[in-house]
Design a protein around this ligand. Structure first.
Ligand code: PEP
Length: 236
């Protein structure tokens, strides 16, 4: 069963998120689609959505706290209000733009792990590492597992090459296959690919050995496209 996840990043309003979720939910229900679908809206758009059991709402980020004095952050007290039990951790935009260190990421991982959250844990290498070849790429990726319990039962991994995120450049099938099979040999958890996946290539990518689904940004923000992505992978 494919796992298909949408990361809204800093897109959609509270209103347009509600419309998106409602439409997506009806689609999954009417078509009896059984793929595991995740949507990560902005924190300001969270709400008590009434969804089918295979549609899960998660949060793109939260602080490792229940509540407290952490200006600009949210904690589990805010997430509990909406029944959120799923979180993205380690996304490349948080690592590279927001400068989250592996130490901070580990702390966050452990905090949300203790609470039983489903964690989609993202790893990925920048272009200059990719250009040094597979061995260096894997070395870099394994560094991103330092401090992370890869046996955690509610863990889903996402391999997202930094150079492929939001660039329109997708990794080649061979690159994806090589990295996924290496990671799969070490860690037996669902492993998503992310990085410029779209309607036209999602089926091919999700059919690669070792790819259990996909985490999508840009191409998932128009609900018709996201529905088509789910449709294209529903039997995988
Ligand atoms: C992402 O943000 O996780 C992502 C894969 O983005 P995009 O699909 O836009 O490359």
């Amino acid at each position: 069963m494919a796992i298909i996840a949408s990361n809204f990043k800093t897109n959609h309003t509270r209103k347009s998120t509600a419309t998106f979720i409602e439409e997506l939910n009806s689609f999954l229900d009417e078509k009896s689609i059984s793929s595991d679908v995740y949507v990560f809206p902005t924190a300001t758009s969270l709400d008590e959505f009434n969804t089918v059991s295979n549609l899960t709402l998660g949060v793109q980020n939260a602080y490792a706290t229940a509540k407290g004095s952490f200006t600009g952050e949210i904690g589990t007290e805010q997430l509990d209000e909406f029944g959120i039990k799923t979180i993205l951790i380690g996304h490349s935009e948080r690592r590279h733009i927001l400068k989250e260190s592996q130490e901070e990421i580990t702390k966050k991982f452990n905090f949300y792990k203790e609470l039983g959250y489903t964690i989609i844990y993202c790893i990925g290498e920048p272009l200059e590492v990719k250009e040094q070849g597979l061995e260096k790429t894997l070395e870099y990726l394994y560094e991103q597992f330092v401090g992370i319990d890869t046996n955690y039962e509610n863990l889903i991994l996402a391999y997202e090459p930094v150079w492929a995120i939001g660039t329109g450049v997708t990794a080649t099938n061979n690159d994806i296959k090589a990295v996924h099979s290496a990671i799969k040999q070490k860690i037996s958890k669902p492993l998503l690919y992310g990085g410029s996946v779209k309607v036209a290539n999602v089926r091919e990518i999700c059919s690669i050995d070792g790819v259990d689904g996909t985490l999508i940004g840009t191409a998932s923000w128009v609900v018709e496209d996201f529905k088509q992505i789910i449709e294209n992978t529903k039997d995988l």
